[in-house]
Design a protein around this ligand. Structure first.
Ligand code: FES
Ligand SMILES: [Fe+2]
Length: 373
C-alpha cells in the first residue's frame, strides 16, 4: 500500500441504513455497551428508561441494591411498559412503569413484575390451572458496573466476558478512584455524524495541531510527530508547569487520592469499545458516552467527574475544566461532521489511514473482531 497507507472502512459503513443495521446486529445488540453512571440510580426503585440503538431498556436498582435491566416490553401482549412521553402525547396518565419503587407495572392489563423482572401477578390468571408465573419474567438485559459506569448487554445469554474486556483499562487506571467520582456537569451534544467517525477521531492525534491549538498549547506532545510517540500507558505529559486540562493547565483542585507522582502531572485516555471515551486528568475525568441513533446521528453525553471532597467545597467551580473541554469537544465534533458530509461525495468510496493513525485502525479491527466484516 502506498507509503504505508491503509484503506479505511468503506464509506457506506458510515452512511447507509444497512451499515447501521449491521452495527446494531454485530455490536450494539451483542457487546457490552456503556449506559451512564451508577450515581444516577442510588436508591432501590430508582430507574432509567434508555434507548440502546433502538431498543428500549428499563434499568432499575432493586431492593437488594443490585442493578437490574429488562427489555421495556410486557410478556403478555407486548405493550411498552414505561413510556410517559407517549401518554403525554395523548394527554392521559396511565398507571404504569416503576410504581411505588417496588414493582414494574404494565398499563395494559395490569401485569406486575418485581424489580428483578419476575412476574408477581397477572390479574384474573392467578388461579388458572397450569399458569406458571415463572415462565413470564421480563426479558433480561445484562448489567455490569465498572468504575461507577453502568454497562448493558442486550444478549446476556451470549455476552462476552465483561471483566476480561476491561482488563487493560482497569490496569492502566487502577489508581484513579473512578467509582467514587461524581458528575458535576453534563453536556449533551447532538452530532450529525456516524458513531465510528467519532471513535476514529478520538483515537488519533494527527488532527490535533490544526484542530486544537488551545489543547496543544497545554499538551505539546499532541503536536509532535502526529502523536505517534504518545505513551498512553504511562500517560501524556503536559507542558512545563501544566498538569491538567484547563485553560492554563493548572487547578487549585487536589489531585485524586492514590495517584502516582507521574499520574499527578500526566493525562490518560481510554477508548472502551464501543461507546465510552474516557479522559482522565489528576483532578477530573471527562467521560463521553455515545448513543448512536442512526447512521448519521449520534448523541454524546459528556460528563465531567470530580472527587466528592472537591465538589463539597463552597468555592467549587468546574468551569475551568468544563469550558476548556467544551471548546476542544466542539472542535472535534465540527471536524467529525465535515467527514460525515464529505464522504457522501459520489467520488469517495473510502479513505486512508496514515501510518501515524495506526490506532484509528482499531475501529476496523474491532468491527472485524465483532464479526461484522
Ligand atoms: S400487554 Fe401487558 S398486561 Fe397485557
Ligand atoms: Fe480531537
Amino acid at each position: 500500500m502506498n507509503g504505508g497507507m491503509e484503506r479505511s472502512l468503506e464509506s457506506t459503513a458510515y452512511l447507509t441504513a444497512q451499515g447501521y443495521v449491521r452495527d446494531k446486529a454485530a455490536i450494539f445488540h451483542r457487546q457490552w455497551f456503556c449506559a451512564g453512571r451508577e450515581e444516577d440510580m442510588p436508591l432501590p426503585g430508582d430507574h432509567k428508561v434508555l434507548d440502546v440503538a433502538g431498543e428500549s431498556v428499563i434499568v432499575v436498582r432493586g431492593k437488594d441494591q443490585v442493578l437490574h435491566a429488562h427489555y421495556n416490553v410486557c410478556r403478555h401482549r407486548g405493550a411498552r411498559i414505561c413510556d410517559a412521553a407517549n401518554d403525554a402525547r395523548w394527554g392521559v396518565t396511565l398507571d404504569a412503569g416503576v410504581v411505588g419503587k417496588t414493582m414494574i407495572r404494565c398499563p395494559y392489563h395490569g401485569w406486575s413484575y418485581a424489580l428483578d423482572g419476575h412476574l408477581l401477578a397477572a390479574p384474573q390468571l392467578q388461579d388458572t390451572p397450569g399458569f406458571d408465573k415463572s415462565k413470564f419474567a421480563l426479558h433480561p438485559v445484562g448489567v455490569e458496573t465498572w468504575g461507577g459506569f453502568v454497562f448493558l448487554n442486550l444478549s446476556p445469554e451470549t455476552a462476552p466476558d465483561f471483566a476480561a474486556g476491561l482488563a487493560d483499562p482497569s490496569r492502566r487506571l487502577a489508581n484513579y478512584p473512578l467509582a467514587d467520582l461524581v458528575t458535576a456537569k453534563t453536556i449533551r451534544y447532538e452530532l450529525k455524524a456516524n458513531w465510528k467517525l467519532i471513535l476514529e477521531n478520538y483515537n488519533e492525534c494527527y488532527h490535533c495541531p490544526g484542530v486544537h491549538p488551545e489543547l496543544t498549547a497545554i499538551v505539546p506532545a499532541f503536536r509532535e510527530r502526529g502523536g505517534i510517540d504518545l505513551d498512553w500507558e504511562a500517560g501524556i505529559p503536559h507542558r512545563e508547569g501544566a498538569f491538567t486540562y484547563t485553560w492554563d493547565g493548572t487547578t487549585s483542585r487536589a489531585p485524586f487520592p492514590g495517584l502516582s507522582a507521574e499520574e499527578k502531572v500526566r493525562h490518560k485516555g481510554e477508548l472502551i469499545y464501543p461507546n465510552l471515551m474516557l479522559s482522565v486528568s489528576c483532578d477530573h475525568a471527562a467521560a463521553f458516552v455515545l448513543w448512536p441513533e442512526a447512521a448519521d446521528r449520534t448523541v454524546i453525553e459528556c460528563r465531567f467527574l470530580f472527587h466528592p471532597d472537591e465538589v463539597a467545597k463552597p468555592d467549587f467551580d468546574p468551569a475551568d475544566a468544563v469550558d476548556f473541554w467544551d471548546l476542544v469537544n466542539r472542535q472535534d465534533w465540527a471536524v467529525c461532521e465535515r467527514v460525515q458530509s464529505g464522504i457522501a461525495a459520489r467520488v469517495h468510496s473510502h479513505g486512508y489511514y496514515a501510518p501515524i493513525e495506526d490506532l484509528s485502525l482499531d475501529i476496523r479491527r474491532y468491527i472485524e473482531d465483532c464479526g461484522e466484516v
